[in-house]
Design a protein around this ligand. Sequence first.
Ligand code: HEM
Ligand SMILES: *[C@@H]1O[C@H](CO)[C@@H](O)[C@H](O)[C@H]1NC(C)=O
Ligand SMILES: *[C@@H]1O[C@H](CO)[C@@H](O)[C@H](O)[C@H]1NC(C)=O
Ligand SMILES: *[C@@H]1O[C@H](CO)[C@@H](O)[C@H](O)[C@H]1NC(C)=O
Ligand SMILES: *[C@@H]1O[C@H](CO)[C@@H](O)[C@H](O)[C@H]1NC(C)=O
Ligand SMILES: *[C@@H]1O[C@H](CO)[C@@H](O)[C@H](O)[C@H]1NC(C)=O
Length: 348
Amino acid sequence: MGKKSVMVCICIKLLMLLKIRHKYLITAAALKVDFYKNACPQLHEIVQKVVATEFQLDPTSPGPQLRLFFHDCFVGGCDASVLLNSTDVNQAEKDAAVNFSLGSFFVIDEIKQQLEQECPGVVSCADVLALVAVYSVKQAGGPLYEIDLGRRDGLTSYAASSETFLPAFSLNVSGLLEDFHVVGLNLLDLVVLSGAHTIGQAHCNSIVDRLYPQVDPQYPKYYSKQLVANCTDNGYFKLPNYDNNTQFFNDPITPTRFDNQYFKNLEANLGLFTSDESLFNDERTRKLVETYASNQDAFFKQFGISLRRMGKIGVLTGTQGQIRNQCWVRNSHNVDPALDPASLDFVS
Ligand code: HEM
Ligand SMILES: *[C@@H]1O[C@H](CO)[C@@H](O)[C@H](O)[C@H]1NC(C)=O
Ligand SMILES: *[C@@H]1O[C@H](CO)[C@@H](O)[C@H](O)[C@H]1NC(C)=O
Ligand SMILES: *[C@@H]1O[C@H](CO)[C@@H](O)[C@H](O)[C@H]1NC(C)=O
Ligand SMILES: *[C@@H]1O[C@H](CO)[C@@H](O)[C@H](O)[C@H]1NC(C)=O
Ligand SMILES: *[C@@H]1O[C@H](CO)[C@@H](O)[C@H](O)[C@H]1NC(C)=O
């Protein structure tokens, strides 16, 4: 194929992806908690150990590790598409124009490398993402959740899809619900999974809508003063800001602890993003926020259920996709499926 027809092909594909925001079915399919029991008995221990080692070096490590799973699942299903690097002919999710400030790719690579030594060609990168999310929650002080395994790795990753499917920080409950419904999740999932923001950090960009041109009066004064001070230079908002090291804790009270403080913060108007605080401001979701703010066990229990549901979005199983040898690249010739529309596993 000539270069020109390749480009035409890719353009058609991207248009398709942008148009078809079809519903993903939550497919229970062949996933099982003990999928690797015989083929890779060391799996859990390897993941747990690497996550623990990272935590020793950096107590904020669970944040980006947990977030990767969300970004993977919402964009074309939990198929490790978020891990693929861009190629000459395709811009991958990782390199979307909107910089989502993802991190921790090296943690996934470290785990995958150890797995390939112990049980080569067996464990998918998509399942590594799922387990890393689970052990990150545990490492940050949350419960150890059960998660289904047996996902296969996808062949495609498109930057344009990230921007289509990932909810924006500036959305209210109506907008957030739209994005959650597209992937088959509901209002309960939205509220409880947002509780992931009980850990992790954010950049100024993610609160630009609440600081500029006007400071959102819902923030407590003392808090918005700090945010403004750290996000402006000579009166100008720092944009683009991902180059700056300025970061805020999503949960300023217990920043590295996985607990129900996030929901208490929403009640105290300390939600960092518009999307966070809207959960308390909207009648449809306020009751749930209050429930989780007063009952950590209820939050812990439902978070596990909803995380497991999120983990089933658009999964590949059986002989679909492949088990990647390295998480950032497809196996073998690395022919980009963008060149062959028939192999578009995304629209399955
Ligand atoms: C409800 C819709 C959601 C929106 C609008 C949203 C938005 C964001 C934004 C804007 C950031 C900060 C990015 C930055 O400034 O660097 C962030 C961070 C984070 N998000 Fe979400 N998110 C949502 C749902 C979720 C879900 C479902 C999870 C996981 C289950 C999650 C886990 C995280 C974590 C752990 C961080 C911190 C990452 C770090 O420490 O580097 N988020 N999110
Ligand atoms: C996105 O931000 C990260 C973190 O600052 C940076 O390492 C990366 O180079 C940025 N990517 C792009 C495409 O700007
Ligand atoms: C692909 O991504 C990995 C991170 O997962 C990075 O270390 C590596 O340098 C990238 N490879 C290429 C060829 O860009
Ligand atoms: C949510 O945001 C949309 C778009 O900005 C707006 O039209 C709508 O009125 C808002 N809905 C609620 C319930 O605040
Ligand atoms: C933050 O980043 C912006 C844009 O790259 C730059 O102009 C500014 O000087 C940086 N501010 C600090 C404090 O480093
Ligand atoms: C803003 O920056 C100051 C000085 O570096 C720091 O002490 C403070 O904790 C920051 N505020 C927030 C909300 O991160």
